[in-house]
Design a protein around this ligand. Structure first.
Ligand code: C5P
Length: 234
């Protein structure tokens, strides 16, 4: 069955390697800034450095790939992680990161550098689920009532009780995620997260309670909010 880790004892699991792919190659046009989003300073530190620091200090993860715009390649050189150039879409960037992981990496955490406020607690919750053989994603229940629209008219109101907003990190068995990427390529399918690709394999993906502070920086307002959170003003 795809997505299930079978026949592994706790000892084998402990020895298996975990990698992380941090995608930071987007332009971030909605931020209205000429600097690529992941390099915009947040309290004088580039946005992508927050995610890097979180993964670098998480001991379970031994192989980190940072995916950045090609023109930024010369600005990063650090023996603690690899740096590769991204692609035209987020999906292509993740694929490039996956291809740069060491081949014995059993699990991979995929994370958007646009979410700089991830915590070790969230990584722990995800790893608890992943080490039991589950593909899983961080997610948070939706509090708004969500409308499906046809242009600007409501076509349907969705049942909020069953709606979750997907966050990153998302954690998968590397072999499963690679299979999902191969299938998406074959079917010419583009998704906005990894789970949507893995779901298409028929593999189950667990929702792990994420973190309301794990916000995604998209607009200048999000950047301001992240600043306030880091300054403990919220
Ligand atoms: O565009 P969006 O905000 O959904 O991007 C989510 C993440 O994917 C961001 O961290 C962004 O840097 C990354 N991305 C990428 N390569 C692209 C587009 C987006 O690495 N071509």
């Amino acid at each position: 069955m795809p997505g299930k880790l079978t026949g592994s004892s706790p000892t084998t699991t402990a020895k298996m390697k975990c990698g992380a792919v941090i995608v930071a190659a987007g332009r971030g046009e909605r931020l209205k800034n000429t600097t690529p989003k992941a390099f915009i300073p947040l309290r004088s530190k580039p946005l992508c450095q927050y995610s890097l620091d979180a993964f670098l200090s998480y001991p379970k993860i031994t192989d980190i790939v940072l995916v950045i715009p090609e023109e930024k390649l010369s600005s990063f050189s650090d023996p603690k992680f690899k740096v590769v150039a991204g692609g035209a879409s987020r999906q292509e960037s993740v694929f490039k990161g996956l291809s740069a992981l060491e081949c014995d990496t059993a699990w991979v955490f995929v994370h958007d550098a646009a979410r700089p406020l991830l915590t070790a607690d969230l990584l722990d919750r995800l790893w608890e689920s992943a080490k039991n053989g589950k593909n899983c994603i961080a997610a948070w229940p939706i509090s708004d009532t969500v409308k499906l629209a046809q242009n600007t008219t409501i076509a349907k109101t969705l049942d909020r009780q069953n709606l979750w907003g997907a966050q990153t990190p998302q954690v998968f068995l590397t072999s499963v995620l690679k299979e999902a990427y191969a299938k998406a390529k074959k079917d010419n399918f583009t998704g906005t997260d990894e789970a949507s690709l893995v779901e298409r394999l028929g593999a189950s993906v667990e929702l792990v309670v994420g973190d309301p502070w794990n916000l995604k920086i998209t607009t200048p307002q999000d950047l301001k909010l992240a600043e306030l959170i880091l300054e403990n003003k919220l």
